[in-house]
Design a protein around this ligand. Structure first.
Ligand code: SF4
Length: 307
């Protein structure tokens, strides 16, 4: 079903009760992934397809938003609405789209360097606002597209082209940052454990509020330290899907230096979403459905200008 504001068509979300049975192939785009062999991002892409298929999400109801770099290419390979913005800016674009059209299921993605570098402030504010979107941070612990330069999650002592004598800055942990910023759902997945990652991403999408997924996604081309074998060895799976009884317990797990725990570290439904709490949005409804108050002639002129 399509509604219109006069300027452009706005799809109306298909109720989940009417969802068709779909498989992951439903979301295969015309462009095939061109990442390097064994890149973790390909695993995350497949898990995201699995997650959307398990929820029966129609492509027209789904918007993927990414930034730049290797992670920024995910929307190109996924059949849905999608866009890639500037480095680290996926979150404000995603939040804006969701607030304008609450019918959209919005999933944003970003690499570790862009998200925790130029985009760090956006992550904190998206988490504290509890806008109802999902964010997947693809963490390969270097800057892949930049030839393996050190980034915000690079391990202490890791020698890279930009830190030939070893990285001297301590790494940030994405999951604990999201937790302290107020994310109401935080999970960690490993790209090489596709079925588990798909199930956890599906839970993140279903969560009402800001859901954060820390995806361990190796870069075989430019990170010879944090390889698939390295991540596999450390990626423990939390029992009973992992959800912790308190923020403190979740933080302790996120910061465990021995294990990279996979599972839902934390979830709470006690915080209202931005959409539910904001009086302007509550009063006015979806901005995308607001009438522009323009005559047919003015609409045609505006369309022509935007073409
Ligand atoms: S450079 Fe690294 S992150 Fe980028 S596509 Fe190649 S393996 Fe993947």
């Amino acid at each position: 079903m399509i509604e219109t504001t006069g300027l452009f068509p706005v799809p109306v979300r298909t109720p989940l009760s009417e969802a068709r049975d779909v498989g992951p192939e439903e979301y295969v785009a015309q462009d095939a992934p061109d990442w390097c062999a064994a890149c973790g991002h390909a695993g995350v892409l497949e898990s995201l397809r699995q997650a959307c298929a398990s929820l029966g999400l129609a492509s027209k109801d789904l918007l993927l938003v990414a930034g730049a770099g290797c992670a920024g290419r995910v929307p190109r390979f996924f059949y849905s609405y999608g866009l890639s913005g500037p480095a680290g800016r996926a979150l404000p674009l995603a939040a804006g789209a969701r607030l304008a059209n609450p019918d959209l299921c919005v999933v944003a993605l970003g690499g570790d360097a862009e998200t925790l570098g130029p985009g760090a402030g956006h992550l904190l504010h998206a988490a504290r606002s509890n806008v109802d979107i999902t964010f997947i941070l693809l963490d390969n612990m270097v800057q892949g597209l930049a030839g393996g330069l050190a980034g915000p999650t690079t391990m202490l002592g890791h020698a890279t082209p930009s830190t030939p004598d070893g990285c001297v800055e301590r790494p940030l942990d994405p999951a604990s940052l999201a937790l302290v910023a107020g994310a109401t759902f935080v999970a960690r997945v490993y790209a090489g454990d596709g079925d588990l990652a798909g199930a956890l991403i599906a839970r993140a999408i279903q969560h009402r509020g800001f859901s954060f997924v820390h995806a361990l996604s190796p870069c075989p081309a430019f990170n010879a330290v944090n390889t698939h074998a390295w991540m596999k060895e450390r990626a423990g799976v939390l029992e009973d899907a992992g959800q912790q009884p308190s923020l403190a317990a979740a933080l302790a797990l996120a910061l465990d230096t021995e294990k990279l725990w996979q599972g839902v570290l934390y979830e709470t439904l006690d915080v209202p979403t931005c959409e539910d709490a904001d009086p302007t949005i509550c009063r006015s409804g979806a901005a995308v459905r607001e009438s522009l108050g323009l005559s047919p002639k003015e609409i045609e002129e505006l369309k022509e200008e935007l073409r």
